[in-house]
Write a protein that binds this ligand. Structure first.
Ligand SMILES: [Zn+2]
Length: 310
C-alpha cells in the first residue's frame, strides 16, 4: 500500500435535515423518514417516533437480526426492517452522524434502489465536524465462507476502498452471471450504484405473492426478472443485479461503523454472510485500536526514558 494513505478523516453530518417517505415492501405501511444532523460520535441512530421511549436503535451490527432478503435491526421492542439501502447511501456519502426519525417499522422501498435516499442526503449537504473518523487499514487477507458463498477482505493495492460482487446462480435462472466492482467514492456511488434496484426472479415473486406478502408491490416497484428480462420494466444497467448486490454489500458492512481501506470481494454473498463480515470488521477495528494504543504508550514510555537520561 502507498505510504500516502491517510487512515483518518474528519467526521461528517448533514448540513440540514431531509425527508424521504414511501411504502415498505414487506409491511406495505406508508412511512415518513426524517434524517437530522447529529453531534460528533453519535453514529447513525434510528428513533421510532410511533413508539413510546425507549424507542431508539443504533445502526450497529450488535442489533442486527437474522432475516432473509433484507437487513433488519432489533433493540428490545424497537424493530426496524430493510435498513440496508439507506445505510448504503449514508456510508457511501460518508455521513457518520445522524438521527433518523421513522414513524413505522420498515423503511420505504422507493424504487428498490438507494437513489431516493442518496438524492435527499446529497441535497441536504454535508458539514465537516471537529472529530476524527479513523479508517481501518486492512493488513491481511481473510475469507469468510457460508456454504458455497464467500467474502474476501484483503489489503488495498493503492489506498482504495474497493467493493466487488460476483453474481452467479446454480440453478437455471434468467439472470446471467455478472461481476461488478468499484473503487468507492461518493460521486461514483451516485453515478454507478445508487440507482441499481432490488431484483427477484419471476418464480421468487410468485412464491412471495402466494404467501400473501407484498401484494401491493408491482413490477414497476422493483425488477421482476423473467425469461426475457425484466417484466413490465427495463434494466438501468446491463449488470444492474450485480450493482444492486454491491449496494447491499456496502449497506450491510456499514453496520460495522467501520470505514476501511482495502478490498472486499463477495462471491454470491447475501445479507447473512455480509453481517458476519461486518462483525469481523468490528473485531479488526478493535484490534487495530489496541495496537495503536500500545504504540502510543510505547512512545510515551520512550519519551519518559529519554527525560530520565537528560
Ligand atoms: Zn437490496
Amino acid at each position: 500500500m502507498e505510504a500516502s494513505v491517510n487512515p483518518s478523516r474528519n467526521q461528517h453530518t448533514l448540513a440540514v435535515s431531509c425527508e424521504v417517505h414511501g411504502q415498505g415492501y414487506w409491511t406495505g405501511k406508508y412511512v415518513r423518514v426524517a434524517i437530522h444532523p447529529a453531534s460528533t460520535n453519535t453514529g447513525i441512530r434510528f428513533v421510532r417516533t410511533d413508539l413510546e421511549e425507549p424507542n431508539q436503535c443504533d445502526a450497529s451490527v450488535e442489533f442486527r437480526e437474522e432475516a432473509s432478503l433484507r437487513t433488519n435491526l432489533q433493540n428490545g421492542k424497537v424493530h426496524l426492517q430493510m435498513v440496508e439501502h439507506l445505510m448504503s447511501a449514508l456510508s457511501a456519502l460518508e455521513i457518520d452522524n445522524c438521527i433518523i426519525e421513522i414513524d413505522g417499522e420498515e423503511l420505504p422501498a422507493l424504487d428498490g434502489s438507494s437513489l431516493g435516499y442518496a438524492q435527499a442526503l446529497s441535497e441536504a449537504g454535508l458539514i465537516i465536524q471537529a472529530a476524527e473518523k479513523r479508517r481501518l487499514v486492512i493488513q491481511e487477507t481473510i475469507r469468510i465462507e457460508r456454504g458455497s458463498s464467500w467474502v474476501q477482505v484483503s489489503p488495498a493495492l493503492h489506498g482504495e476502498t474497493y467493493f466487488e460482487y460476483r453474481l452467479s446462480f446454480d440453478d437455471a435462472t434468467p439472470i446471467d452471471s455478472q461481476t461488478f466492482g468499484i473503487n468507492l467514492t461518493p460521486d461514483r456511488f451516485l453515478r454507478e450504484v445508487a440507482s441499481a434496484r432490488t431484483f427477484v426472479t419471476a418464480d421468487q415473486a410468485a412464491e412471495i405473492r402466494s404467501q400473501g406478502i407484498a401484494g401491493h408491490v408491482t413490477n414497476q416497484d422493483l425488477l421482476v426478472i423473467g425469461e426475457d428480462g425484466p417484466i413490465e420494466n427495463s434494466y438501468r444497467f446491463t449488470d444492474e443485479c450485480a450493482r444492486h448486490k454491491t449496494l447491499d454489500l456496502i449497506g450491510d458492512l456499514a453496520l460495522s461503523g467501520v470505514e476501511f481501506i482495502g478490498r472486499v470481494i463477495s462471491y454470491r454473498g447475501g445479507h447473512i454472510l455480509n453481517g458476519q463480515v461486518a462483525e469481523r470488521l468490528c473485531e479488526m477495528a478493535r484490534e487495530q485500536q489496541t495496537i495503536d494504543i500500545e504504540r502510543f504508550s510505547n512512545t510515551h514510555q520512550h519519551v519518559t526514558n529519554l527525560r530520565k537520561v537528560m
